[in-house]
Design a protein around this ligand. Structure first.
Ligand code: FAD
Length: 478
């Protein structure tokens, strides 16, 4: 019996929208079950947004960020085109060229946009950034920023979260003189405690980046700099605003879908309309996950399972958040809730040595950790956290990288260790790709997607490959 493939329209061709299309292609390579149309507002097509700061510091070119093109029959990509309205009753999407698309299932992957603070001088009346001001969310921002900065010239970064810290480090690598302003009491307020932030700030100071915590910016003066609430003016040719992002929910809200902070979805990634789904930064699931790419990738896989029918019982149950700071010379990762209530904590504060570690344990399980300058224990603790495995009795030895987890053989199995967190690729998966003939980093990346996220695992993947290629036992990834 022949049947027409169902038409899935995807709005948003960013990292998660592109991954969803790829996951569909893996499950339905001949396009028997689904016909897919993707509408993406960015003219460049999908790219690795996570690595934008590597373009800022000149290590990568724009072209290096391009995501591999998905090849599949019955796929239509409309880049540089925006969806302007959804009509859930008629099941249509209106586009900015006046055309419209009918859908059987609609996937919203509209991501998030940078928030520009309501500060005098920061924006023009239309809400766009004023002269000398830019966010860092897309390639257009990146180009704008590169045109504004010059070696030796002053730049101010507004916002001391992960993104602001990465931007500040990348700018300092271009030779710019960087001041970073954070309005709350310490850096990376959501992932670190105050002591860890103090140690991190020491690293930034040593890199020549001046951090101003607990300072409110009151005015951007083009050509001069940023005025703070204590009256000081920080000189700046450019102001980079990294003060948070807001999920893009307008289309969903105007169509009458349930929207709170983001578009509300259930475990099937379905919104309040059964034919409309949302994934990635625009989606709000009770188990969290917005703002990081790995949960979005997991959502993309679950939704592809459901819409292709490959796994009708697949469900997304929430994220286990892990944040790694991508700043040259600084090894920092934070898992879960380092300050979880009712947790027992062990802390090592070696401010002089620029190292800090904190482990929070509840019911013998890791509920949170901060590891600054402890890459070995970060790998072990990350594994315990990912698998929900029991922690060893000697917590301090674990923190210092000296204790092997006293877990069951299966749980302690190094093969189960996630090497690439962004794409959830284990060492066992890498080894099976290698056994199938993938002998180079690029071949392994094509087979498993490892190294194609934040790139933090590249060193480990190369080490594994070189040991396998040389017939040596492979090292456990650090
Ligand atoms: C500099 C930087 C560094 C980051 N580093 C990390 C990191 O190390 N680790 C991590 O996990 N995450 C990181 N992130 C966050 C990560 O990039 C996001 O979580 C991820 O991109 C979310 O993917 P998404 O597809 O949901 O949204 P996006 O990547 O934002 O894509 C959404 C797309 O939808 C398009 N769109 C929106 N509305 C419409 C419309 N109406 N019509 C058509 N198209 C539309 C947008 O133009 C955009 O292309 C970083 C982000 C930035 C900016």
């Amino acid at each position: 019996m022949s049947h027409q493939p169902r038409h899935v329209v995807v709005i948003g061709h960013g990292m998660v929208g592109a991954r969803f299309v790829d996951e569909v292609a893996r499950r339905d390579p001949d396009g028997d079950r689904l016909r897919v149309t993707v509408v993406g507002a960015e003219p460049e097509g999908p790219y690795n947004r996570i690595l934008l700061s590597e373009v800022v510091n000149g290590r990568l070119a724009e072209a290096d960020l391009a995501l591999p093109e998905t090849v599949m029959p019955r796929l239509t990509v409309r880049s540089g085109r925006a969806a302007t309205a959804i009509d859930p009753a008629a099941r249509t999407v209106a586009l900015d060229d006046g055309s419209s698309l009918d859908y059987d299932e609609l996937v919203l992957a509209t991501g998030a946009r940078a928030v520009l603070p309501p500060m005098p001088g920061a924006t023009v009346p239309s809400g766009a950034p004023a002269e000398g001001v830019t966010a860092l969310r897309d390639l257009a921002d990146c180009r704008r920023l590169k045109a504004l900065v010059r070696p030796g010239a002053p730049v101010v970064v507004l916002g001391g979260g992960v993104l602001g810290l990465e931007a500040a480090r990348a700018l300092s690598q271009t030779g710019a003189r960087v001041n970073l302003v954070e309005s709350s009491t310490w850096l990376m307020r959501r992932q670190l405690d105050q002591d860890a932030a103090r140690v991190l700030q020491g690293h930034y100071n040593r890199l020549g980046i001046t951090v101003h915590s607990w300072k409110v910016a009151v005015r951007w003066i083009p050509g001069t700099g940023l005025e703070l609430d204590d009256g000081r003016v920080l000189a700046g040719d450019a102001l980079v605003v990294t003060a948070g992002v807001r999920p893009r929910t307008e289309l969903a809200a105007e169509a009458g879908l349930d929207v709170e902070h983001a578009i509300v979805v259930n475990d099937s990634l379905t919104t309040s309309d059964p034919r409309v789904h949302a994934i990635g930064d625009c989606a709000q699931h009770p188990g969290g996950g917005g703002g990081l790419v790995q949960p979005g990738y997991e959502q993309a896989a679950v939704l592809a399972d459901l819409l292709t029918g490959a796994a009708p019982h697949a469900r997304y149950t929430g994220a286990r958040p892990a944040t790694r700071l991508k700043a040259d010379g600084i090894d920092l990762v934070s898992f879960g809730e380092p300050d979880a209530e009712d947790a027992e904590t062990v802390t090592v504060n070696d401010a002089h040595g620029g190292r800090y570690a904190k482990l929070s344990v509840r019911d013998d399980r890791v509920v949170g950790a901060i590891l600054l300058g402890f890459p070995d224990s970060a790998a072990t603790i990350g594994q315990l956290y990912d698998h929900g495995s029991p922690v060893p009795q000697d917590r301090l030895a674990l923190l210092l990288g000296g204790a092997l987890p006293d877990t069951s053989a299966e749980e302690a199995d190094p093969d189960a260790t996630l090497v690439c967190r962004c794409n959830a690729v284990s060492r066992a998966r890498l080894e099976s790709a290698w056994l199938d003939g993938a002998r180079t980093k690029d071949a392994v990346a094509a087979a498993t997607r490892a190294t194609t996220g934040c790139g933090g695992c590249t060193r480990d993947v190369n080490a594994l490959l070189s040991s396998w290629n040389n017939g040596q036992p492979a090292p456990t990834p650090a």
